[in-house]
Every structure is written in structure tokens, then in C-alpha cells.
Ligand binder design. Structure first.
Ligand code: NAI
Length: 719
């Protein structure tokens, strides 16, 4: 709702009241209509200020209401009524003015913002566009280029940038409502036509066609198949080329297409999924709201390689003191320099001073004695990690939480090597750790709920989206990646090229297909793991790595590539070739074609033409099937957990929600049928066999994703 009061006799103050962000619910919109009418009718009122309760202007539309039928007064007539008001209306912006909140502010004749406020039109991130006239008004106010930037990216701007762009008229560090009230008094009775944005012509540009062409190309490149950014460009183009009323019509048409698209549903699901993962639970019943995290101030990171450096930076930026330990002298010097540089770059980007004086570098464990939490990031070698955990147990004060950044080793085994296994959890960061948003918090059989709560809270403080998962080989993300990668290898054996597989998955929306990704992260990483698992080992009799292992099909193509010293970008050759070691531009390599031809001939494989549809189905459905398996086992607690992990850790396109949401969209029956089809063709690939949970869901009529939990519970109880 909205409250009306009269201040200093002549200024009507309208306060939006809908905690926590004064979202524009039906009641709030009705409240605005009523209070604006009142202000216009009361002769004593000469000007009006609109503000939000609790120092928050307005967070925009109520996203939950998107799912139901729209009730209450619509936004656009309300916005036009405010703009048409004969009494000046001033927006007093504190906290945030986002989406519909900023559109409301743009309806006002003046905007005054607190220095700490943030403004933006983030609709595109939910698969929509600013359809309460935002796409038509913002370009008229700040010009096409700046409006395109804000509307197609959804980025938030600070009050200082908003002032520079001309979105707000004045910024204050005083009480914003007081400043706005005073200002409103001073402009009472002044003419308003020059303040009505809908009457402005869109500022002209030199070559409008070229500008939009270039913007469209840029947006299509980065959208990875998302349609909302493209519609945003079309809407701004309407603002630039059509009269206001026609532009509004175009905005409405485009919004109608977006609103009913699966992409908007996926993005809104993803928005809520990010929040849902914070409400974690463990099989014991312990959960986020019943467990108090341990206090953490002092931290330590052991091993300053690729991951350790990023983790030190992320902890430091989050305000923790860090003891950074590296045994290798040269590596310590290099790490120190790299960390300092990352901190300087980060501080520059955020406009703050670098925070490096809170890091203590050491090549021994002694300074770790009084920290509250340690994150180990040494080589992926269980024997080494056991040794490090034993050293830590001896040196750390009682109660110190011991976390490992292992990408998939057994947390229970590691915990069993310490006197306090309840204090051991996995904190699986993704590279680069100071940039990537995902953190898998892995609880073992003995991890205490407080240890999990502490790791989850630490992740939150580091700005991560943290997901609590159970312990198994590869946890959730890497475990699901294995059948996906296996299918990619099998497709090469059967006739595909790395380019064909990558292109199909990149067109689906991944930033990189599996082979380009593997070249980037190093093909040898998987090779070493497979060797440790005893897979990438030649048979003593034949001298060849067997293509059947433990009764299952195995493809050694990746191993054979590594045996040639082709590790990917770092060696200048991998699945692709690069102009030099460390080069970034992947080019198809004729060597690879010859190699694959010879490999197929050696093994009597007759290549066939592979359709991109088969690539998608085999890679994605195998991954999804493994996702169902982790749900069945309780390793992932809910489909949202898997989807968040894939969107934030593995570049699954957000406008497709995540693998489990995608499965729901495609239809579980279809997924099961196609898996059965491929399993019949490849009976030696068990990961293509639909798992119990998938079968069970199909058997009861494929309920929608939010109803899977009941079936999961039944199956888990039978395990
Ligand atoms: P890395 O090889 O870049 O760095 C490991 C560092 O640990 C080296 O600097 C080494 O000198 C140091 N080290 C070895 N023994 C030590 C000891 N006893 N005390 C202190 N330092 C010691 O390895 P990277 O890639 O950073 O991986 C570290 C861990 O993170 C591994 O468990 C890996 O599986 C995991 N991980 C790696 C990811 C990646 O993309 N590289 C992603 C997620 C997890």
C-alpha cells in the first residue's frame, strides 16, 4: 500500500509500504493511484514527493505475481497519470530504484537520489524488458547508447553514475526525503512540460541504423540464444524511430512475446532457485535456519597455485585476514605478486583501495595456529592431502574448521585421517576462484551441521552462490560432467569432429563446447585422474588402452591425445591448434582429422554422419540422467541445487534454467524414450540407461519440477 501525509502545509508525501523492497504489488499500485489522486485533489497540496518506507525507494514488480493473473491497476496508466500531474512530483530515491521502481521514478518530474542508492532496469535478467514505458522513456532521457547499455545488460548504476548519465537531477548524502521535500516546495507552481519525458524527442544520433545494427550484433553474440536482450534492442529502436505512443505499442507487443516464452519462465525459476539453495538441509534433518555458524575472522589457505591464489583474493576482498601458505619457495614469490596484482585490479574495478595488508605469506604451517578456518588447495593427490590435514590437525587451535578444495576426492576418507572429522567439509571453488560465483559445500558423513553452516555463510560473505551437496566421487557438478564428456568422446569415435560437437553445444548456449573447454582447462587434468583410477592404462598383452573397462565402453581418445603432449591451450595444441602455447584462438587442426581417421581404422569403427541433434541428446540427456541419479541418492537435495550448480559453475545457459528445469521443459517422457533409444544402440554405456527416479516420475505422469520432491523422498527412503 501507500501512505499519504501532508508536510509543511503544502507538500504531499506519498510513502510506498511493502517491505522489504516496496515491490509494486497490486495493493501498492492501488495505493499509489489513490494517494496521487488525493494529492491532486487537495488544493492545499502544491507539490508531491514519492518515497519508500525504510529507506528503500522501490525494488520493482513483485516477481511472484508474474505466475498468476494480474490484478490491481496496471502500471502504465499510473505512470502517465503521475507525469501528467499539474503539480510537480519528485522521486526521493533511497536504497534502490530498480525495474518498475525506476520506471515509476521516470514518471516523476524530478529525481533526487541518495549517494548510496543503486538504480537500474534489470528486467532483461528475468527474460523480460522494461515494459512500463521504461524502454521508451530512458532513451529519451539519456540517449540511445547509454539506454541500450543499461536495458540490454540490466546492470545497476550507482547514484554518481546516474547523475552523470542524467537519470537523476541531484545526489545527496543527507536525508533524501527532507532534501526532496524542500526541493518540491521550491518548484511548486513552476511549468512542467519540459520535465515530462514522454514529450522529449529521442536524442538524435549520427547514424541510427548503423548504431542499432552494431548493437544487435553485439547483443546476439553475447546472448547465447537468449531472446530478451534482442527484444530490448528492438524496443529501444522503437523509442528512437517512432512517436512515443507507437513506441509504447511496440514495447507491449515485444513484452507479450517475452512474457509467454519459456525463457522468461526459466530465468525467473533461476532467480528463485538462487534463493532456494540458501535454505540448505542435510539428510540428518539439520538445516539453514536451525544451525548457528561458527564465528570466522582469521582464515588460512594452503597451496598457492591456480585455485589457492583466487581463494586468497576472494577471502581478502570479503574482509577476512588470511594466512597464505605455500611450501615451494619460487611459487610463493610468484603467488604473492599475482595476488597483489589481482587485488589491485579488483580494487580499481570496484573503486576502493586494495586490501592486501591483511595477508600473511608463509612457507611453513606455524602461523596457521590461531586461525578459525583453513582452506586446503594443494595438488589433487589424496596422500598429500592426508599429510596436510594431519599437519593442520596438529598445529591448529581446537575447533578450527578444516576445508578442502578438492574437485572430487572422498571427503569422508580425508576426514577419517583427522581427530575431529566433524570439523571437515569440502569447499569446492571454481576457477578463477575470485571470479566464479559457484561454491559447492560438500558435507561428509560426519561433518557437523555447524561446520556446514559456517562454510555456507563464508561463501555468502565471499559473494558466492553456495550449494550444499553430499559426498561422492566428483560431488554433483563434476560427477554429472563425466557422462557428458564420455558421450562427447564416443561421438568422436563414431564420426564426429571436435568442432561439430562443440558447435552443437555452443549453439545450445554453453560458452564453450566440451573440447574447447577441455583445451582451456588442460586435457591432462582428466588424463591424470583417469590414470589414477586405473582407466588410462595400456593392457600389458596388447599394449593398447582397452576400449571396454569393467564391462563398460571406454574411449581412450583423450588419453592418446595427451600421450602426444597435446594438453590444450597451454601447449598450443589439443583438440584444436593455437598459434602458440598459451594462445587463445582455437582453429580446427587437420592433424586431429588424420588422428581420428587412423584411430577409427585401427579399431574397425566405421565413421557415420552425426547430426547435431544427436550430439545434444546424447551429451545432455546423459548428464540429466546422472542429475536424476544424484537426486535419487540425496547427493543433491533438490533439482534447484543442480540447476544453480550448472548455471553458475558450468556455463549452462541461464535462459534454459539448468539441466533439471530443461528436462522438465523438454518432457520427462521424451528424455526417457531417447535415453532408452540410445541405450539400446549402446548397451555397453550404462549411463544411458534411465535411472529409477526418472522412470518413476514418468510412470506417475511426469509431474512438474516443483512436485518431484515427494517422489524423491519415497525413493530415498527405499535406498
Ligand atoms: P596447482 O597445481 O595450481 O597448485 C597447487 C599448489 O599447492 C602448488 O603451488 C604447490 O606448490 C602447492 N603445494 C603442494 N603441496 C603443498 C603443501 N604441502 N603445502 C603448501 N602448498 C603445497 O593446483 P590447483 O589447480 O590450484 O588445484 C588445487 C586443488 O584445487 C586441487 O585439489 C584441485 O583438484 C582443486 N580444484 C582445481 C580446479 C582448477 O580448475 N584448477 C577447480 C576446482 C578445484
Amino acid at each position: 500500500m501507500a501512505q499519504f501525509s501532508r508536510v509543511s502545509g503544502s507538500v504531499g508525501l506519498i510513502t510506498l509500504q511493502n517491505p522489504p523492497v516496496n515491490a509494486l504489488s497490486a495493493a501498492v499500485r492501488q495505493g499509489i493511484v489513490d494517494t496521487v489522486n488525493k494529492a491532486l485533489q487537495e488544493p492545499e497540496v502544491k507539490s508531491v514527493v514519492i518515497c519508500g518506507q525504510n529507506k528503500v525507494f522501490c525494488g520493482g514488480a513483485d516477481i511472484k505475481s508474474f505466475r498468476g493473473v494480474m490484478t490491481g491497476p496496471p502500471l502504465i496508466p499510473m505512470i502517465h497519470a503521475i507525469e501528467a500531474s499539474t503539480k510537480p512530483v519528485v522521486a526521493a530515491i533511497e536504497g534502490i530504484a530498480l525495474g518498475g521502481g525506476l520506471e515509476l521514478a521516470l514518471a516523476c518530474h524530478y529525481r533526487i537520489s541518495h549517494t548510496k542508492a543503486r538504480l537500474g532496469l534489470p528486467e532483461v535478467t528475468l527474460g523480460l524488458l522494461p515494459a512500463a514505458a521504461g524502454s521508451q522513456r530512458l532513451p529519451r532521457l539519456i540517449g540511445i547508447t547509454a539506454a541500450l547499455d543499461l536495458i540490454t545488460t540490466g546492470r545497476h548504476v550507482t547514484a554518481a553514475e546516474a547523475l552523470q548519465l542524467g537519470i537523476v537531477d541531484h545526489v545527496t548524502d543527507q536525508n533524501t526525503v527532507d532534501v526532496a521535500l524542500k526541493f518540491a516546495s521550491s518548484v511548486a507552481g513552476k511549468p512542467l512540460d519540459a520535465r515530462r519525458i514522454s514529450l522529449y524527442p529521442c536524442p538524435p544520433s549520427d547514424d541510427t541504423d548503423a548504431l542499432f545494427e552494431e548493437a544487435m550484433q553485439r547483443v546476439r553474440r553475447s546472448a547465447r540464444g537468449a531472446i530478451a536482450p534482442v527484444a530490448c534492442v528492438q524496443a529501444v529502436r522503437a523509442a528512437a524511430t517512432l512517436p512515443y505512443a507507437q513506441g509504447l505499442e511496440r514495447e507491449k507487443e515485444l513484452m507479450a512475446t517475452l512474457f509467454t516464452s519459456g525463457q522468461a519462465r526459466a530465468l525467473q525459476y533461476s532467480f528463485f532457485a538462487q534463493r532456494a539453495v540458501g535454505r540448505w538441509s542435510m539428510p540428518s534433518g539439520a538445516q539453514w535456519d536451525t544451525v548457528e555458524p561458527l564465528p570466522v575472522q582469521k582464515t588460512a589457505v594452503i597451496g598457492l597455485g591456480t585455485m589457492g591464489r583466487g581463494i586468497v583474493v576472494a577471502l581478502t576482498q570479503a574482509g577476512f585476514s588470511v594466512v597464505a601458505v605455500e611450501t615451494h619457495e619460487k611459487q610463493l614469490t610468484q603467488a604473492k605478486q599475482a595476488i597483489e596484482e589481482m587485488l589491485i585490479r579488483g580494487a580499481k574495478r570496484r573503486g576502493v583501495t586494495p586490501e592486501h595488508d591483511t595477508i600473511t605469506y608463509s612457507h611453513s604451517m606455524e602461523p596457521v595456529a590461531n586461525v578459525d578456518l583453513v582452506i586446503e588447495a594443494v595438488f589433487e593427490d589424496m596422500v598429500l592431502k592426508e599429510k596436510v590435514f594431519q599437519q593442520l590437525s596438529a598445529v591448529c587451535k581446537p575447533g578450527t574448521l578444516l576445508c578442502t578444495n578438492t574437485s572430487g576426492l572422498d571427503i569422508d576418507h580425508l576426514a577419517s585421517k583427522t581427530p575431529n572429522p566433524e570439523l571437515v567439509v569440502g569447499m569446492h571453488f571454481f576457477a578463477p576462484a575470485h571470479v566464479m560465483k559457484l561454491l559447492e559445500v560438500v558435507y561428509g558423513r560426519q561433518s557437523s551441521p555447524r561446520a556446514v553452516a559456517t562454510a555456507m555463510q563464508l561463501g555468502k560473505k565471499m559473494g558466492k552462490v553456495s550449494v550444499a551437496v553430499g559426498n561422492c566421487l566428483g560431488f554433483v557438478g563434476n560427477r554429472m560432467l563425466k557422462p557428458y564428456m564420455n558421450q562427447a568422446f564416443f561421438l568422436l569415435e563414431e564420426g564426429a569432429s571436435p568442432e561439430l560437437v562443440d558447435q552443437a553445444l555452443e549453439e545450445f548456449g554453453f560458452i564453450m563446447g566440451p573440447f574447447r573447454m577441455s583445451d582451456l582447462s588442460g586435457i591432462d587434468v582428466g588424463w591424470r585422474i583417469r590414470k589414477e583410477e586405473g582407466l588410462a592404462v595400456p593392457d600389458q598383452r596388447t599394449g593398447q588402452i582397452p576400449r571396454m573397462q569393467k564391462g563398460c565402453r571406454y574411449s581412450p581418445v583423450g588419453d592418446l591425445i595427451c600421450e602426444q603432449g597435446r594438453f590444450g591451450q597451454k601447449t598450443g595444441q589439443g583438440w584444436y591448434r593455437y598459434d602458440k602455447p598459451g594462445g587463445r584462438v582455437a582453429r580446427p587442426d587437420p592433424w586431429m582429422q588424420t588422428f581420428l581417421n587412423q584411430y577409427r581404422a585401427t579399431h574397425g569403427l566405421v565413421p557415420r554422419r552425426i547430426d547435431p541433434k544427436e550430439v545434444l541428446e546424447r551429451c545432455l540427456y546423459a548428464l540429466i540422467n546422472e542429475g536424476f541419479q544424484t537426486l535419487e541418492e540425496g547427493i543433491a537435495a533438490a533439482p534447484e541445487d543442480i540447476d544453480v550448480i550448472y548455471v553458475f559453475g558450468y556455463s549452462w545457459p541461464q535462459h534454459r534454467g539448468g539441466p533439471m528445469f530443461y528436462a522438465d521443459m523438454v518432457g520427462l517422457e521424451k528424455i526417457m524414450d531417447r535415453l532408452e533409444h540410445y541405450h539400446q544402440a549402446h548397451p555397453d554405456v550404462p549411463s544411458l540407461q534411465p535411472c529409477n527416479l526418472l522412470r518413476k516420475l514418468v510412470a506417475i505422469g511426469s509431474p512438474p519440477i516443483h512436485k518431484w520432491s515427494q517422489v524423491m523422498k519415497t525413493l530415498r527412503s527405499q535406498l
